[in-house]
Design a protein around this ligand. Structure first.
Ligand SMILES: C[C@H](O)[C@H](O)[C@H]1CNC2=NC(N)=NC(=O)C2=N1
Length: 101
């Protein structure tokens, strides 16, 4: 089943429930900060588990104490869909347990 892109207005509305997440119209993004590198790396492993479960994957960059995420849906022409928002929600649910801020 084709996944339809969300309108910019829909994306912005949904992001109101995901503080820290932003959109440039082509993707949704957030950078998390951690107490150190190991904590950030552990978050990436947890992220990989969630992404494999959902079959939906962000572009993730591991820094010293940061993890920067960006996601859109390739099959929707590289636009933002509900799948991206769902992934962001799942990540938000586990991030505090890793000390993310
Ligand atoms: C076949 C597989 O489910 C698809 O290629 C998935 C994999 N992960 C994906 N991740 C993201 N971010 N967008 C996609 O469209 C996408 N498609």
């Amino acid at each position: 089943m084709a996944v339809e892109p969300l309108s910019q207005k829909d994306v912005e509305e949904r992001l109101q429930e995901l503080p820290g997440w932003t959109t440039d119209g082509e993707r949704i993004s957030r950078t998390y900060r951690f107490d150190g590198h190991f904590q950030a790396a552990a978050m990436v492993i947890h992220l990989a588990q969630i992404q494999e479960e959902l079959g939906h994957h962000s572009d993730a960059t591991l820094g010293y104490n940061t993890v920067s995420l960006s996601v859109n849906t390739h099959s929707a022409g590289g636009k933002v869909t509900g799948l991206d928002v769902e992934l962001a929600r799942r990540i938000e649910a586990v991030a505090p347990g890793h000390g993310a801020r």
